[in-house]
Write a protein that binds this ligand. Structure first.
Ligand code: DON
Length: 581
């Protein structure tokens, strides 16, 4: 009998004790990370692999593969389990994106991003003086978009699944784990304890995430989620109608109406996930398949790679001054374009073809000076990119036929809005904060922009999520993605370059220290060990602003697909687990 091989990694780090959890920030201290990097190689398996933030979710995915399901079935089942075992980001009340390469060579992408409710309007987070009302788009009933995950996960199973897994079988692991409970890992217990002040504000969340006896959670405590099990059973029995219509839709709409939210029964009934053309680019002999708008991830990844293509990257060491300078300069240009041009393609004409063309990249990169940082204020006019923060989760799935599925799902902030739908057992997202809450108004520097991502009824908010499949010689070789708001794009970029240019194996590529820069704020952030003091001094002398290493960047749960075997690479930065068979 084939056995499942699992390896889980636990961060040798902890949540920042000084940060208000209400901000939903998941900053992880860098101390002792070096120890955690002493990893063995990737987890190797012959037939299939799931790498996710939760061992139970990865194992449930592999069980589906072993039962005859394909990677799409496993991706859907894993997603439902993450909603139970990783409620920080796994969800029924949020959304996400899938990018996939099928074994018969088709590239697919599914947008199950949340949508603004039909009563949403552009100034909904501003007071009478036009100032942003603090917290309204993050921790309030108004923070939520119409959830897309249930629609999306069922589409993935229904459209490209093997047909051998029934809906009941698909939902069974999630229902069992919610109804019977599962023992918390130390990280989960700690995360619940640190966010107790968020849960206390909401009766539904307190009931589930604060212990009835008042003592803090400890490793091994059983988390039972009876209401969530009931909701999952409804989805199992009725499909989408079990969530978007009937009792669950009624519970969402009623709670929203009572508490001042905008989501109605009609908004829920009208929600659909959308198959869109993925964005496709090339870098050397690799083909990059990634998520197009309403995510900015794929467009930026390809634009950045186009600006790097043809340069002698292998001649630069990864942490060298020239390499970091070049990456920073191309990223600055790409992220400036993000603020100006990227938004929901159903509402805004996004120039995808132009932005991802080789010629555009060539022209755009002409202004790069190899000896001097270009101040972001000179690169383009526009508004500051909203700082996305909190929690998202990426997982990667590959099956024996070599269908390759990259999934990134999110509630946006850690535990989303922190508001649970009473009686239904799941947290709502705070994705509305990904819109420009105050576009068209000059920012600190007097520049204007952000129309592409202004709030409109029914519109999807701009994302940075970058689920990606990399193809070489006509077959998928890498499944990539990460959480981390705007750092998602640069995380995926660096994992790819680490393998494709620097010859690392997938586990080394995931573990290697990362750095990030965007457009505004005009600064480079880095993980401990990403570069030496000498390189930092040289970059500063060129005009770069560098902030000290204080946090980890991303959590890339990736897979490399060899000719015979698949290799899963869990990311040590956050709780993560690879399971294969
Ligand atoms: O869609 C986005 O880009 C954000 N809502 C993602 C937030 C995120 O990755 C937070 N994770 N650490």
């Amino acid at each position: 009998m084939l056995s499942i091989k699992t390896r889980s990694v636990h961060p040798a780090s902890r949540f920042h004790p000084l940060l208000p959890p209400a901000l939903g920030l998941l900053l992880v201290l860098v101390h002792s990370i070096a120890a955690a990097r002493e990893l063995r190689g990737p987890v190797q398996a012959e037939h299939g692999m799931v790498v996710s933030a939760s061992p139970r979710a990865s194992e449930a995915g592999v069980e589906i593969l072993r039962a005859g399901g394909n990677a799409f079935d496993a991706a859907a089942a894993t997603g439902f389990v993450l909603a139970v075992t990783f409620p920080q980001a796994g969800n029924l009340g949020g959304g996400g994106f899938m990018v996939a390469r099928t074994s018969d060579g088709r590239n697919l992408s599914l947008d199950f991003r949340e949508r603004a409710p039909s009563k949403a309007h552009r100034d909904m987070y501003l007071d009478e003086n036009g100032e942003v009302i603090e917290g309204l788009s993050l921790r309030s009933p108004l923070a939520s978009g119409v959830p897309g995950s249930v629609h999306g996960l069922l589409s993935i199973w229904e459209r490209d699944g093997s047909g051998r897994i029934t809906r009941e079988e698909l939902l069974a692991p999630a229902i069992r784990l919610a109804a019977e409970g599962f023992p918390l890992s130390q990280e989960m217990a700690q995360s619940f304890n640190l966010n107790a002040t968020v849960f206390e504000k909401d009766p539904g969340a307190s009931k589930v995430f604060i212990r009835a006896d008042g003592r803090p959670w400890q490793e091994g405590d059983l988390l039972v989620q009876g209401d969530l099990a009931r909701t999952l059973r409804r989805i199992s029995a009725e499909g989408r109608a079990g969530f978007y219509r009937g009792e669950v839709a009624g519970l969402i709409a009623r709670q929203q109406a009572i508490s001042g939210g905008l989501i109605t029964r009609e908004d829920l009934a009208d929600y659909t996930s959308v198959y869109r053309d993925p964005v496709v680019g090339t870098f050397r002999d690799y083909e990059i398949v990634s998520m197009g708008p309403p995510s900015s991830g794929g467009v930026l990844l390809i634009q950045i790679l186009n600006m790097l293509d043809g340069r002698p990257l292998a001649a630069y060491a990864r942490g060298s001054m020239s390499y970091v300078h070049l990456l920073t300069e191309v990223q600055r240009r790409a992220y400036a374009d993000r603020a100006q041009h990227l938004g929901d393609p159903d509402f805004w004409k996004v120039p995808v073809v132009e932005l991802t063309s080789k010629q555009y990249a060539k022209d755009r990169a002409k202004s790069i000076d190899k000896d001097r940082a270009s101040p972001s204020s000179e690169v383009a006019a526009g508004i500051k990119i909203p700082q996305e923060s909190g929690e998202t989760t990426h997982y990667s799935v590959v099956d024996a036929e070599r269908n390759a599925v990259a999934m990134t799902v999110t509630l946006n902030g850690l535990f989303g809005s922190g508001i649970m739908i009473g009686g239904a057992g799941f947290l709502m997202n705070n994705e509305m904060d990904d819109f420009s809450v105050k576009p068209g108004v000059p920012n600190l520097y007097g520049v204007v922009g952000g129309e592409a991502n202004a709030i409109e009824a029914g519109k999807r908010m701009l994302s940075s999520m970058t689920p990606t499949v990399v193809i070489q010689d006509g077959r998928p070789v890498m499944v990539l993605g990460s959480p981390g708001g705007p750092t998602i794009i640069t995380t995926v970029l660096q994992v790819f370059l680490n393998v494709g240019v620097h010859g690392m194996d997938i586990q080394e590529a995931v573990a290697a220290p990362r750095h990030h820069s965007q457009w505004l704020p005009d600064r480079i952030m880095y993980e401990e060990g990403a570069f030496t003091k000498d390189v930092i001094d040289k970059l500063r002398a060129m005009g770069h602003v560098i902030t000290d290493a204080t946090a980890t960047i991303g959590a890339a749960n990736c897979i490399y697909i060899g000719e015979q075997n698949v290799y899963g690479a869990p990311d040590y930065r956050r709780q993560s687990s690879a399971a294969g068979y």
